[in-house]
Design a protein around this ligand. Structure first.
Ligand code: NAI
Ligand code: MG
Length: 497
């Protein structure tokens, strides 16, 4: 561990906070106190206690931020050269890397995840800015062949002011995932981080400012979904909303945007299957299943939260996976255990509720199943890595997103049966396929209803790979060149000559 990280950790455990944390909104290139003067606290889930206060915004703050973003649409960012945008976004990537240690420590404290997970999130955020910096000056239109008497071309224009409503499970990298392509396309933005994890979006805005982003291009308003998120997505000057979160809130966001005919990208829940066939590489698949569900304490929209497994290997697989789950260490994220905390008490109670219900109904709990505290401090919000075995297709543990370290096991009698089980939920975000038979793998990949399919490695892909869902998991794609589409509108210009 570096000296800088060690010093930050020592400071936190000695004082219960860190010096210099942001606490106001970031609007029009400067810190802005909440219009109503209200504040909220953010919690360190690893200790279950508040460690910082931040601005609790309202409609007035949203109005200021959207107006700043709207003015900035007429300024040098949107009207200037793509090459200059590219240079500034590249400097932002460097700025993220230069601040990586402090960013990762703050993200760990705010969210509860392990330090190594937070470090990886920060790296992927830097990579997103680097990737879209490279794309900013390569957004081309086309020419259409209408014969010798016409010149017809399309131009890509920035869609306008964009709103980004961010969840608490990947606060920094999700902010970067929407913001980097929006900025590359020449849009301006207002970000609303989740009230559980407000800090890293504020730090990102500051880094962008230092990289040379003009005032008003990126604004951050913190506070609740009701008081900040709702007026933001309903604002008539917002032309695109990028939302990641629950299905219920996603639907409300879409309805609010519909009143202004504002476009939306919705990245919602999932109940993604890992389809494991009898001919898979058993050792590798068990290890992969472990991290598909228990990374980030299971709080991942695309987590492999269902194991759909062929009957002939089911018993051995579950026994060995349970043994591995029982070995995993839990603790405060800054101590870098295998699994960190659950991000909020509310989420912990939701997870506990599902597992209590399973127990009450006599479902076999093959591993975990209990709420825990950090063994070192006796506090914090933790849940043991859990395996629920042999579930029926219509069980709510199969049909509903739990968003915690809880794996639901379903037994299949054949590859065809596995496909039916895999597609048997209202979600369609991701799916894993495990087999040594490439034909079976590609047939399943063809037939599974999901936005992304991973063969023999869960979460395979990079910032280059488009990501998004089908069915209740949402629509629109983020990451990759696809991720730029939502932020560009096409203008066709045709001349008779
Ligand atoms: P949520 O969807 O309510 O919150 C996500 C974001 O939306 C937050 O920034 C929140 O402040 C904002 N928000 C809330 N109401 C809003 C509104 N009316 N208009 C605009 N923005 C609004 O999710 P919540 O309550 O934090 O978690 C509930 C469940 O949602 C979780 O248990 C999990 O199942 C799912 N979830 C899924 C995520 C994903 O990555 N797909 C991320 C977070 C939660
Ligand atoms: Mg927090």
């Amino acid at each position: 561990m570096s000296n800088e990280t060690e010093a930050l950790i020592a400071e936190y455990f000695a004082t219960g906070t860190l010096a210099g944390l942001p606490r106001d909104h970031w609007i029009d290139g400067q810190w802005h106190a909440a219009a109503g003067g209200d504040a909220m606290e953010t919690f360190d889930p690893g200790l279950g206690r508040a460690f910082a206060a931040f601005a609790s915004g309202c409609e007035q703050d949203v109005e200021l931020a959207v107006n700043a973003a709207d003015r900035a649409m007429r300024g040098p960012w949107s009207k200037g050269t793509p090459a200059e945008r590219s240079r500034i976004l590249l400097r932002a990537a460097e700025g993220i890397r230069a601040n990586a240690e402090r960013l990762a420590v703050i993200e760990t404290l705010d969210n509860g995840k392990t330090l190594s997970e937070a470090q990886s999130d920060v790296r992927s955020a830097a990579r997103l800015f680097e990737y879209y910096a490279g794309a900013a000056d390569k957004l081309h239109g086309e020419t259409m062949a209408l014969g010798p008497d016409y010149v017809s071309q399309t131009m890509l224009e920035p869609v306008g002011v964009t709103a980004h409503v961010i969840p608490w499970n990947y606060p920094f990298s999700t902010a970067a995932r929407g913001l980097a392509p929006a900025l590359a396309a020449g849009c301006t933005a207002v970000l609303k981080p989740a009230e559980q994890t407000p800090l890293s979006a504020l730090l990102l805005a500051q880094i962008l400012h230092q990289a040379g982003l003009p005032a008003g291009v990126c604004n951050v308003v913190t506070g609740t979904g009701a008081k900040v998120g709702a007026p933001l997505v309903a604002h008539p000057k917002v032309r695109h909303v990028t939302f990641t979160g629950s299905v219920q809130t996603g639907s409300a966001v879409m309805q609010a945007a519909a009143r202004n005919i504002t476009s939306v990208t919705l990245e919602l829940g999932g109940k993604s299957p890992m389809v494991v066939l009898a001919d898979c590489d058993l050792d590798a698949t068990i290890e992969d299943a472990l991290w598909a569900i228990y990374s980030n304490a299971g709080q991942i929209c695309s987590a492999g939260s269902r194991l759909v497994i062929e009957r002939s290997i089911h018993a051995e697989f579950v026994e060995r996976l349970a043994a591995r789950a029982n070995q995993l260490t839990l603790g405060h994220g800054l101590k870098n255990p295998n699994i960190g905390a659950i991000s909020s008490l509310q989420q912990l109670e939701k997870i506990s509720g599902y597992v209590e219900d399973a127990r009450a109904r006599g479902i076999k709990v093959a591993a975990g199943g209990t709420r825990l505290t950090d063994p070192a401090s006796g506090s914090g919000w933790f849940f043991a890595p859990t395996l629920l075995d042999n579930l029926r297709p219509m069980d709510r543990l199969v049909q509903e997103e739990i968003f915690g370290p809880v794996l639901a096991v379903q037994v299949a009698d054949s590859a065809e049966h596995a496909l039916e089980l895999a597609n048997g939920t209202p979600f369609g975000l991701a799916a894993g396929i495990y087999t040594r038979d490439i034909t079976k793998a590609l047939r399943l990949a063809r037939d599974i209803d999901a936005g992304q399919v991973y063969i023999n490695e869960y979460y395979a892909g990079g910032v280059e790979t488009p990501f998004g869902g089908n069915k209740l998991s949402g629509f629109g794609r983020e990451k990759g060149l696809e991720g730029l589409r939502s932020y560009c509108r096409v203008k066709a210009v045709t001349a008779r000559i």
